[in-house]
Design a protein around this ligand. Structure first.
Ligand code: FES
Ligand SMILES: [Fe+2]
Length: 362
C-alpha cells in the first residue's frame, strides 16, 4: 500500500515578505539570470547610451562604432565615480570626476597626466562588461559571465516568437506604462502565470480574447509558454487581418524570472516586465509596439482596454494577497494541480515556485 502523497503547498509567506530573502534574490537570482535592459531602438546611432538599475547595480548600454550594443557596469576604473546618467550620445565615454576617457568598447583611451606614471598600461584598463544579448530587438543582460545563452534557457522561444511577430525588426515602443504594485514581485509574477483566477476576475480577457477551455501553460526550459485558442474571431473588437501567419492566435512566453512577451491576435506584440523595488513593492512595465513606434489606433485601443481591464483587475488581487501573506492567520494552502492541466490548474505555479525556492536555496 502506498500512501497518497500530500498535495504540494504554496510557498511559505516569508518568501514574499522577508527582506532577507529579497536581499538573497538580489545577490543571487537577479545576478545570474537574463534580465531586460531596454529596447535596441533606444540606441540608434554609435555613441547612444542609456543607464538603468538592476540587481542593485547601475549599468549602462552603449552602441559602438561597429553597431554592437554593449553593457558595462556604470563605474569608472579609476576611483569609482559613476560614468553616465540617464541617456544621451557621446563619441567617447568621459568620467565626470577626473576626465578619464574610454572608448565605446570600454577600453581606456586617455586620462590627464597618466603618462607621467611609470608602468601605467592603458591597455590593461577597461570598463567592466556585462553579458548582453539582443532578443528580437530587446536588450537582455546577465551579470553572470558564465551564464548559458538565452536560447539554452528558453529553448525555441526565439524561433516561435519570430513566427508570431515576423515584423519584429520594424517595431518600436509605442507606449510603455509603469504600474506600481504594492506586493512582492513573485506575487505579481505568479498572478500572471496562472489563469485559475481568470474567469472570475477577467471577464473581458476570458470572453473577449481567449477560449478558457483551451488555455494552458507549460514549461519550456525556463520559459512558461501560454497557449490558447481564441474566441470566435468575428467577435474580436478589432481587425486581425495582418497578412501574417498565426494572426488568429494568442500566445505568450514568460522568460523566468521577470519578462514576458505576449502576442495578441493580429500578431500584436506586447510585453510585461517586472522591476522589483523591495520585498513589498514592484513596478510592472506594460509595453506596446507599433511599426516605427508610430501612432496606431488598434495597438492604442488594445493598450487602453488592457490597462482598464486586466491590469486594473490584477492590481487589486495582488495587493490583497500581499496583505494576506503578512497575516498571522495565513497557512499556505495546497496548489490546485490537475493532472490533466488546463485553465483551472495551478501546475504552472508548481514549476514557478520550484524555481523560486531553488533561487533562494540553490
Ligand atoms: S574616478 Fe573616473 S576619472 Fe577619476
Ligand atoms: Fe490576472
Amino acid at each position: 500500500m502506498t500512501a497518497t502523497p500530500d498535495p504540494v503547498r504554496s510557498l511559505d509567506a516569508r518568501y514574499y515578505t522577508d527582506p532577507a530573502i529579497y536581499a538573497d534574490e538580489m545577490q543571487g537570482l537577479f545576478a545570474r539570470t537574463w534580465l531586460f535592459a531596454g529596447h535596441a531602438s533606444q540606441l540608434e546611432k554609435p555613441g547612444d547610451y542609456f543607464a538603468f538599475e538592476l540587481a542593485g547595480e547601475s549599468l549602462f548600454c552603449v552602441k559602438g562604432h561597429d553597431s554592437e550594443i554593449r553593457t558595462f557596469y556604470n563605474v569608472c576604473q579609476h576611483r569609482a565615480h559613476r560614468m553616465v546618467e540617464g541617456s544621451g550620445s557621446s563619441k567617447v565615454l568621459v568620467c565626470p570626476y577626473h576626465a578619464w576617457t574610454y572608448e565605446l568598447t570600454g577600453g581606456l583611451r586617455a586620462g590627464p597626466n597618466i603618462k607621467s606614471v611609470e608602468g601605467f598600461d592603458r591597455s590593461k584598463i577597461c570598463l567592466t562588461g556585462v553579458r548582453t544579448e539582443i532578443f528580437l530587438g530587446f536588450i537582455f543582460v546577465n551579470l553572470d559571465p558564465d551564464a548559458a545563452p538565452m536560447d539554452e534557457w528558453f529553448p525555441n522561444a526565439r524561433a516561435e516568437l519570430e513566427s508570431y511577430v515576423p515584423n519584429w525588426a520594424d517595431l518600436k515602443p509605442l507606449e510603455w506604462v509603469e504600474i506600481p504594485e504594492n506586493c512582492n514581485w513573485k506575487v505579481s509574477v505568479e498572478n500572471y502565470s496562472e489563469c485559475y483566477h481568470c474567469s472570475l476576475n477577467h471577464p473581458t480577457f476570458a470572453t473577449g480574447v481567449i477560449k478558457p477551455e483551451t488555455y494552458d501553460i507549460q514549461p519550456q526550459g525556463k520559459c512558461l509558454r501560454h497557449t490558447t485558442e481564441c474566441n470566435s474571431l468575428d467577435q474580436m473588437t478589432y481587425d486581425i487581418q495582418s497578412g501574417f501567419e498565426n494572426n488568429e492566435k494568442y500566445s505568450s512566453w514568460f522568460l523566468w524570472p521577470m519578462f514576458s512577451f505576449q502576442v495578441y491576435p493580429g500578431n500584436l506584440l506586447n510585453t510585461y516586465h517586472w522591476r522589483p523595488i523591495d520585498a513589498d513593492h514592484v513596478v510592472v512595465w506594460r509595453g506596446w509596439y507599433s511599426i516605427g513606434g508610430e501612432e496606431n489606433a488598434v495597438v492604442r485601443q488594445m493598450a487602453v482596454q488592457d490597462r482598464e481591464t486586466t491590469v486594473e483587475e490584477d492590481i487589486h488581487l495582488v495587493e490583497s494577497v500581499q496583505r494576506g501573506l503578512k497575516s498571522r492567520g495565513y497557512v499556505p494552502g495546497p496548489l490546485v494541480v490537475d493532472p490533466c492541466n488546463g485553465v483551472n490548474s495551478e501546475h504552472s505555479i508548481l514549476h514557478l515556485q520550484r524555481w523560486m525556492r531553488e533561487a533562494v536555496h540553490g
